[in-house]
Design a protein around this ligand. Structure first.
Ligand code: IPD
Ligand code: CA
Ligand code: CA
Ligand code: CA
Length: 259
């Protein structure tokens, strides 16, 4: 592994450990909860604190880099040149507020549009999943093996609530019918991890933001899995995407059913 990537990996891992320790310590404290665009679109003081803290650390250690963060403390970008960090301080804010589990802290680093490092930290289970270009994927430092290539009929399908609520994608029902079962966790990051582990054959979701999907690209790439938009094009991190993260066989079936 190149020295600069190894060093940045150690730095990011330390930041994630330190910041998430505060999230766990403060878990029972009263949250300040605000609505953003709707009653199901929430942000808490903790989302904001985590993003501010990460942005501060990135700007100090890597002042030339650009940052795209969900809660708006980063930069707005129009291209992917140079080093770009994607930050989702708490992925699954509704779960964080209502369940106190099933949420993750996520970071992804791209160099000239190429994903080089990705992190998804399941805070309550204390599991840090990281992907490094050319080095595979690990969970708490233990290398993960490539999952089996499964068809839809041998696995489960995960999806997000916008597909179900908006019902724009009628074809999704056909895909669900072919699978063994349907799962909705409410955290794009943790659903990405399930695909990486092979416990879910495919995750399909509409209207995901760049920070929801950025880490998943490298996880899929390193494990021989697929990450595309519904139209089979690569993901575009300058806009929202309808995405499919899947085992190759399941991906091929989904492409046939959706297009
Ligand atoms: C949300 C979660 C959810 C997905 C939403 C995302 P947030 O992220 O990943 O699973 O369906 O589209 O916005 O807002 O909790 O970070
Ligand atoms: Ca949000
Ligand atoms: Ca998110
Ligand atoms: Ca979030």
């Amino acid at each position: 592994m190149p020295e600069n990537i190894m060093h940045r990996d150690r730095t990011v891992t330390k930041w994630i450990e330190e910041i998430s320790r505060v999230i766990v310590q403060e878990k029972d404290a009263q949250l300040d909860i605000e609505q953003k665009t709707a009653a199901n679109d929430l942000v808490t003081n903790m989302d904001k604190w985590v993003e501010k803290e990460l942005v501060k650390r990135i700007r100090t250690a890597y002042p030339k880099d650009r940052i795209v963060g969900e809660e708006g403390f980063g930069d707005s970008i129009k291209d992917m040149s140079g080093t770009v960090w994607f930050v989702d301080p708490i992925d699954g804010t509704l779960n964080f507020v209502l369940q106190n589990e099933n949420f993750a802290l996520m970071l992804a680093i791209f160099e000239d549009g190429v994903p080089v490092q990705s992190y998804i930290y399941d805070i309550t289970l204390n599991k840090l999943y990281s992907a490094i270009k050319g080095e595979g994927v690990s969970c708490n430092g233990q290398q993960m093996s490539k999952p089996k290539d499964v068809s839809l009929c041998d696995g489960m399908l995960a999806t997000n609530s916008s597909i179900m609520i908006e019902d724009k994608y009628d074809k999704v029902r056909k895909i669900a019918r072919k699978s063994l079962g349907l799962r909705l966790v409410g955290s794009a990051g943790l659903e990405t991890v399930e695909v990486a582990k092979g416990s879910i054959a495919a995750y399909i979701a509409t209207n995901l933001k760049p920070w929801d999907v950025a880490p998943g690209i490298l996880f899929m790439e390193e494990l021989g899995l697929k990450a595309t938009q519904f139209n089979n094009e690569p993901l575009d991190l300058l806009k929202n995407n309808n995405i499919v993260f899947a085992a190759p066989k399941a991906h091929e079936e989904i492409m046939r059913l959706i297009n």
